[in-house]
Design a protein around this ligand. Structure first.
Ligand code: V47
Ligand code: SF4
Length: 387
């Protein structure tokens, strides 16, 4: 394509975005062409980001809990899983899990992000009791737990329906679901990465069911391995289609592949420019998902800050005990303090606002940081401000 044709094509897309028309597969593919300037794509995504979420940068105070790393599956991109008899495999005791709840409470966490392996010998009840035990002892903490891959496994174990499993988990104390396990939906890629675990129809059906029974969920895409731009846009469009029907996704998180210690360790990690382009294109394609998260653990602090001008409005949380990315070679710190998070958001020119898992403002006691309550929805604020 000649430069003048390219400019005309970009103007066409910009007009669509400005007049709130939906972008097509061809539009998305065009924005991935390396000749299309990353600054232009970023500027357009920033326009949408500010229209939807104003000048705010959201964060939360959270911790991770991975109750076991033993897993029946062998996803080729995973550095976290261990075999049953591996000396580094573990399954946490109730005492260890409760200790994490106590630590989270002492640190003022509003959320525990709980995911792990599918342990060969642990029954559904073990996973369910983790939720009920934490909820009984630490009722204020929101439990964002189990990806669709785990819910699919629980259905297999219990021989019940997705709805039964989700409802049972919710009765135990599940608050919402994280977005993992989506990887890349297109079978040309999914079959190369993780042919055995929950397939695309199952992943989408689980999230649809969660939304139907009133559970909010997040969604992700793992990029920068064997997929092409076509597979990424296809993935985003499948999420957008489900969101049109249910409106239950709160936030989309693009996840950059980290190759160290995985079966794909010969691949290079995606570049910072690819991270920013993917962030921006996600913002532009997903017109019906309110938030886009730049997960600092995975992107690195500098790229996460920059991403706040490339479509992202959220950078996840303080995060403690993260293993999935650190096992795969992430060089980011294991934890950030609240002051560090606020500073990095301010440095990026945004106003830091603490949110809870379901995007309500968090109000903290002036004298005791660990005492807090959830306030109004931040999305209602954004709408009032005309954002
Ligand atoms: O499903 C695993 C990915 C996901 C690697 O919902 C890898 O708020 C890159 O989903 N390199 C788990 N990615 C993480 C996740 C997540 C993270 C933060 C916030 C939320 C949320 C969700 O991580 C897995 C998989 O897609 N993953 N291994 C790797 N080597
Ligand atoms: Fe198991 Fe999840 Fe790792 Fe796949 S990504 S091997 S399901 S722990």
């Amino acid at each position: 394509m000649q430069a003048n044709e390219r400019d005309a094509r970009f103007r066409e897309i910009r007009d669509k975005v400005e007049s709130e028309q939906r972008l097509s597969m061809e539009d998305g593919l065009f924005l991935y062409e390396p000749e299309v300037s990353i600054q232009q794509v970023g500027e357009l995504a920033n326009f949408v980001r500010e229209r939807k979420n104003g000048n705010v940068g959201y964060y939360n105070i959270n911790t991770h809990l991975n109750p076991t790393n033993v897993c029946v599956y062998r996803c080729r991109f995973c550095a976290f899983r261990k075999d049953l008899r591996d000396e580094n495999g573990y399954a946490m005791s109730d005492e260890q899990i409760l200790h994490r709840g106590a630590e989270a409470t002492a640190n003022g966490c509003t959320e525990m992000h709980i995911v792990g392996g599918l342990h060969h010998q642990r029954k559904y009840e073990w996973y369910r009791d983790i939720i009920s035990m934490l909820k009984e002892n630490y009722p204020k903490i929101h439990l964002k737990a189990w990806t669709a891959v785990e819910i699919d496994w629980f259905r297999f174990q219990t021989k019940k329906s997705f709805e039964w499993v989700l409802d049972d988990m919710r009765s135990a104390g599940l608050g919402s679901m994280p977005g993992g396990g989506a990887e890349i939906f297109h079978p040309e890629v999914r079959d190369q990465l993780c042919e055995h675990k929950a397939n695309t129809p199952a992943w989408l059906e689980i999230h649809r069911t969660a939304h139907q029974i009133g559970l909010k969920t997040n969604c992700t895409m793992l990029y920068g391995h064997v997929e092409k731009a076509y597979h990424r846009i296809d993935h985003l469009m499948r999420l957008r289609e489900l969101q049109d029907k249910t409106n239950g996704f709160q936030v989309f998180i693009p996840l950059a592949f980290h190759p160290d210690n995985t079966k794909l360790s010969d691949l290079k990690k995606p570049s910072g420019l690819m991270d920013l382009r993917t962030m921006a294109i996600s913002r532009l394609m997903l017109d019906n998902i309110q938030h886009i998260k730049a997960y600092w653990i995975m992107l690195g602090i500098e790229t996460a800050q920059t991403a706040l001008a490339y479509g992202a409005d959220d950078i996840d949380g303080t995060v403690r005990h993260e293993l999935i990315y650190h096992d795969a070679g992430a060089k980011t710190p294991e934890f950030m303090s609240v002051d560090q998070i606020k500073d990095l958001i301010r440095e990026a020119g945004r106003d830091p606002i603490e949110r809870d898992t379901t995007y309500n403002r968090v109000i903290r006691d002036e004298n005791d940081f660990t005492v807090w309550q959830s306030g109004e929805s931040v999305d209602a604020d954004a709408q009032l401000a005309g954002a």
